[in-house]
Design a protein around this ligand. Structure first.
Ligand SMILES: NC(=O)c1ccc[n+]([C@@H]2O[C@H](COP(=O)([O-])OP(=O)(O)OC[C@H]3O[C@@H](n4cnc5c(N)ncnc54)[C@H](O)[C@@H]3O)[C@@H](O)[C@H]2O)c1
Ligand SMILES: [Zn+2]
Ligand SMILES: [Zn+2]
Length: 379
């Protein structure tokens, strides 16, 4: 089968690899119809992870089931399914409690497994013609009738829609509140969108890319361009000096100033400054335990200089981590099915697998207009 593999920093390539196949009786084999490039892929693409050469990337996957292992009972050949980026067993101590992003079985020695990702187990990704799905009965979200026409909405259930929602859940966003989102990439836009679905009164989004900020405005958020204005002061003005009720971090360890200099603690400390006393932060932007290629000495060890004093004084609380996609994907799917959510508004490019290496370059440079790339490997 054709697949996109990681070759080295800023090098991905389309090659022929052995077909994905059923390896265990609980597996399901999926022919991929839609798969996305994610901001998380860029950490690997830029050589900032330990991902091995030859790994097939792609963790935002949707397709049609073409074969099921002999122990699979629920999922049937022909089902159109969306796969959470997390691979989880369903029966470990963490899965039992809904923390499927921290499964203890699928990636021994670590809490959490995923397709096509550094440190997330031996699983190949879905930027390919075929994908092996472990524990198919547990992991497949079977999509409703008519999903074929709306794959660009449903594919967002694999990661970024639940992840944006997770940020708002961790930040405990309530109706009528003001929410501050750092990052207007796909995840930040989904956090802003989810805040509105939860009834937030005012949503502010900080970034410096005008095209991405324009999308934030299009869904009704207030755009704050941190290359033109001090974002902390801007939030104070928009909230009459009170600060935002809640904050979402949707950038991660590669956050930077508007000259592209990485300053790993920039967004976290600005959120602490901008969220009011007793507020809460949801941190879904990725921070890594080691970052050997970082220029910042602390960051090499996965640490940042965090404004703990102000965090404590304000009585803030914070939740973080990988999204437990299964905790949300069924209900968010209902919203799409019944026309109450349309996360495909962020899609900018629809391409074939062969066009993916070029798309990685553009998306990595955050070139104007490259908000979210959707690939159709079997088109
Ligand atoms: N927790 C999870 O399960 C999960 C899932 C998916 C993605 N992620 C992570 O979420 C983050 C965002 O993903 P994405 O796909 O939106 O990526 P992206 O890289 O496309 O978007 C990040 C955005 O942040 C902006 N940014 C950079 N520095 C900033 C700053 N100082 N202030 C404000 N904005 C700044 C960039 O301009 C960019 O638009 C990444 O770290 C990704 O790995 C986490
Ligand atoms: Zn993703
Ligand atoms: Zn588990």
């Amino acid at each position: 089968m054709k697949a996109l593999v990681y070759e080295g920093p800023k090098q991905v390539k389309i090659v022929n690899v052995p077909d994905a196949k059923i390896e265990k009786p609980t597996d399901v084999l999926v022919k991929i119809t839609t798969t996305n490039i994610c901001g998380s892929d860029l950490h690997m693409y830029e050589g900032r992870t330990s991902v091995e050469q030859g790994k097939v990337l792609g963790h935002e996957n949707l397709g049609v089931v073409i074969e099921v292992g002999k122990e699979v009972e629920r999922v049937k050949v022909g089902d159109r399914v969306c796969l959470p980026f997390n691979i989880s067993c369903g029966y470990c101590e963490n899965c039992e409690r809904g923390y499927t992003g921290f499964c203890l079985t699928v990636n021994p020695g670590h809490a959490g497994g995923a397709y096509g990702y550094a440190e997330m187990g031996p699983y190949n990704g879905g930027q390919a013609e075929l994908l092996r799905v472990p524990y198919g009965d547990f992991n497949c979200l079977v999509l409703p009738e008519g999903a074929e026409e709306h794959e660009e909405d449903y594919v967002m259930l694999s990661d970024i829609f639940p992840t944006g929602y997770h940020a708002t859940e961790l930040a405990d966003v309530q109706p009528g509140e003001s929410v501050l989102v750092y990052g207007a990439g796909p995840v930040g836009l989904m956090a802003a969108y989810s805040s509105m679905l939860r009834g937030a009164d005012q949503v502010m989004v900080v970034d410096h890319h005008p095209d991405r900020l324009a999308l934030a405005e299009k869904i009704g958020a207030i755009a704050i361009d941190y290359s033109r204005t001090d974002p902390v002061e801007a939030v104070m003005e928009f909230t009459q000096g009170k600060g935002a009720d809640k904050g979402c971090e949707c950038v991660g360890f590669q956050c930077h100033d508007h000259h592209n200099h990485e300053i790993p603690n920039l967004t976290m400390n600005r959120l602490v400054q901008s969220v009011k006393a007793t507020g809460a932060l949801g941190v879904v932007g990725v921070f890594t335990p080691q970052d050997p290629n970082a220029t910042d000495a602390l960051e090499k060890e996965g640490e940042i200089a965090f404004d703990m004093g102000m965090f404590f004084t304000k009585g803030l609380r914070m939740g973080s981590g990988q999204t437990n996609v299964k905790a949300y994907n069924r209900h968010l799917c209902e919203l799409i099915e019944h026309g109450k959510a349309k996360p495909s508004f962020i899609v900018s490019h629809r391409l074939t697998l062969d066009e993916a290496p070029n798309a990685y370059q553009h998306f990595d440079r955050r070139d104007m207009g490259w908000t979210k790339v959707v690939l159709h490997p079997n088109a």
